[in-house]
Design a protein around this ligand. Sequence first.
Ligand code: ARG
Length: 279
Amino acid sequence: MTDRVSAQSGRRRTAIPRRFLMCRPEFYDVRYSINPWMHPEKPVDDALALSQWETLRDLYRDLGHTVQEIDPIPGLPDMVFAANGATVLDGKVFAARFRHVERTAEGPAYLDWFRQHGYEETHWPEYINEGEGDYLSVGRRLLAGTGFRTDPRSHAEAQEFFGVPVTSLRLVNPSYYHLDTALSVLSEDEVMYYPAAFSEGSQAVLRELFPDAVLATHEDAAVFGLNALSDGRHVLLPEAATHLAKELAARGFEPIGVDLTELLKAGGSVKCCTLELRD
Ligand code: ARG
């Protein structure tokens, strides 16, 4: 564990070792379009996608985190976005049930991995939900997105399963179709987010819960800057998000820019590639 004291807030920034599940983009491609970032006519550089992803995985390991890998499956080009594979809290696994037929096979594939790796408490959901794409844990609360992918009825289902408060947030801009494209958790009680991605009411809820949140600009959001992962001290985020990086540094975090431009062609980046295993 490493410490750093924030000049602005006086808070000590401590990196806590995490466990992540990732999926190598071996069969990654953009062949269909289920979000505004995906243009199947634009070619993907397979080798570059792979090396950008490996850089992220190795960076996690260099920072002291554990990365496990699930085997990629041919015919599931979006499986690289492991965040969508499930939501895991207290060692309990709430499986994902995808909105689009192109991705439905990923839900059972991820659930199998958990069953084979000793996770005993698993739940096959009644309602559509796209895992940590729309469920983000902050403190002992889950923030839950809806509007494009996850069914709002899933939020009550998750609350019942995990036994922690679930706060519903409505997304309104199709470019920020998952919660993790519009909001990122920085610590046990801090987040950063792009207000315009949320409905008026959800913006008010976020102001109420997080009055000191880092607010992202339109430019930060447009380069996917909110699709970031914080370990409490280091914040890995798309390298083009330079304004956000400055804001984070001013609060004592250590921003680390990552280049995942090939994965952005499918509408994903750092957080989308990373499923946190919270035991
Ligand atoms: N092409 C994928 C989709 O539209 C990207 C998923 C990104 N993942 C995420 N956690 N936001 O479903």
